[in-house]
Design a protein around this ligand. Structure first.
Ligand SMILES: Cc1cc2nc3c(=O)[nH]c(=O)nc-3n(C[C@H](O)[C@H](O)[C@H](O)COP(=O)(O)O)c2cc1C
Length: 166
């Protein structure tokens, strides 16, 4: 039976959404978005994201009702904020039970913080195994470098990328 994968993500300005959509398309996965009205677009939303992130002030979030147990693999995506996963994804993990059979993380960033801090924060909030994590640098990696990094990530996760039929 083919592997059943879910991609769930938060994105404030669209970068993580783009990666989530690429991954879901490539893996023939279901996709779901976490939203939080607190961090709207514009400079005030940016400042609030930064201030709240440093304070660890977890916001209320919205997302569709999902049966995580139905998935072999759940990929959770977030931008990095002040070295940690964006707050809506920290809220998600603070409330989550175990997710699917395996869970892995993908982050987008601009390259000025190590991915390990973000992974450690997820592990602090959510005491379950994280199989792997990747951070894509949206500033310094071009599209080909990001695609190669994602391919490498999927190989490490043991995902067979479905053959394209079109
Ligand atoms: C409040 C805030 C804090 C950020 N902190 C970091 C950081 O510590 N390290 C980093 O590399 N990028 C940081 N960034 C940049 C974002 O991670 C990057 O722009 C990301 O790709 C945005 O994703 P999105 O378009 O899905 O919201 C920060 C962005 C915001 C809004």
């Amino acid at each position: 039976m083919p592997m059943k994968t879910l991609v769930i993500y938060y994105s404030r300005t669209g970068a993580t959404r783009g990666i989530a959509e690429d991954l879901a398309r490539a893996l023939d996965a279901d996709i779901a978005e976490i939203t939080s009205p607190r961090f709207h677009l514009g400079p005030f939303g940016y400042l609030r994201a930064g201030f709240d992130s440093v304070r660890g002030k977890l916001p209320p979030i919205d997302m569709p009702t999902l049966d995580f147990a139905a998935y072999d693999l759940v990929l959770v995506g977030a931008p990095i904020w002040t070295s940690y996963p964006a707050l809506p994804v920290r809220s998600f993990f603070a409330d989550a039970q175990s997710l699917g059979r395996e869970t892995a993380l993908f982050f987008t960033c601009e390259g000025h913080s190590p991915v390990q801090d973000a992974v450690d924060e997820v592990r602090r909030l959510w005491p379950h195994a994280v199989k792997d994590a990747i951070a894509l640098n949206m500033k310094e990696q071009d599209e080909v470098a990001r695609a190669n990094a994602l391919l490498d990530f999927t190989v490490r996760l043991g995902i067979e990328v479905p053959v394209c039929r079109d």
